[in-house]
Design a protein around this ligand. Structure first.
Ligand code: DX5
Ligand code: ZN
Length: 219
């Protein structure tokens, strides 16, 4: 875990869907190999984003790691369907699952990486029982549902605590942070122990290549 290099995971929620393929190519040309894909059901979160047909289409044009963030109630119902779309890793919210462990097991059975997400008001204690099972923990640094919100400062402490737990217990889950990441706070977020930094607005508004270069200089 020492000498970690933090990576950027652009969230296509903020992409221009008329030019999605082109924008994904631009990410790849900048050596981005993670793509964060936000799925919202209008029930667990107020908004609805997009679903399987979009993932299937973009799977044809890139080998990037598809990091799918399910903001949906009872995601266990859809794990196989997402696996069939060529997803590499699935994140489910602890707040959205009746049986979190069974949901994570199902993701693993489908040969995908599994991760658990916690909302800003959810304590780390809610997920300590699955830390040995997961490949990653996603700390929400905004309330899920929309791009373009402000980073919640308490999230730094959550990342630091998770980083300490994994060191103390000799675990190797990754820590991902999602929401309000930008060029100003990316350095501090990486320093606090986050491995994957999701960024939507900060990457897709304006010039993508310039935005990536500026953020990469900080992490
Ligand atoms: C919010 C989503 C995020 C979102 C981040 O519910 O999970 O992935 O796209 O967007 P920004 O970077 O604009 O906060
Ligand atoms: Zn997300």
């Amino acid at each position: 875990m020492e000498n970690r290099i933090s990576k950027l995971a652009p969230s296509i929620l903020s992409a221009d869907f008329c030019r999605l393929g082109e924008q994904i190519n631009e990410l790849e040309n900048n050596n981005i190999d993670l793509l964060h894909i936000d799925i919202m059901d209008g029930v667990f979160v107020p908004s609805i984003s997009f679903g399987m047909p979009v993932i299937k289409s973009i799977r044809r044009i890139t080998d990037m790691f598809f990091d799918v963030h399910l903001m949906i109630s009872e995601p266990i119902r859809y794990i196989e369907a997402f696996a069939k779309c060529g997803v590499d890793g699935i994140t489910v919210h602890v707040e959205a699952c009746k049986d979190l462990e069974a949901t994570l097991d199902k993701i693993k059975e489908q040969n995908m990486k599994c991760a658990v997400a916690i909302n800003p008001d959810t304590e780390i204690e809610e997920i300590t029982h699955v830390l040995e099972k997961v490949d990653m923990v996603l700390v929400m640094s905004v309330y899920p549902g929309f791009g373009g919100q402000k980073f919640i400062l308490e999230s730094f402490e959550k990342v630091e605590r998770l980083d300490k737990i994994r060191k103390d217990k000799n675990l190797d889950f990754l820590i991902e942070i999602d929401g309000g990441v930008n060029v100003e706070n990316a350095g501090k977020i990486a320093e606090s122990g986050a491995d994957w930094l999701v960024a939507g607005t900060a990457i897709f508004s304006g010039n993508i290549t310039e935005n990536i270069n500026k953020i990469k200089e900080e992490i």
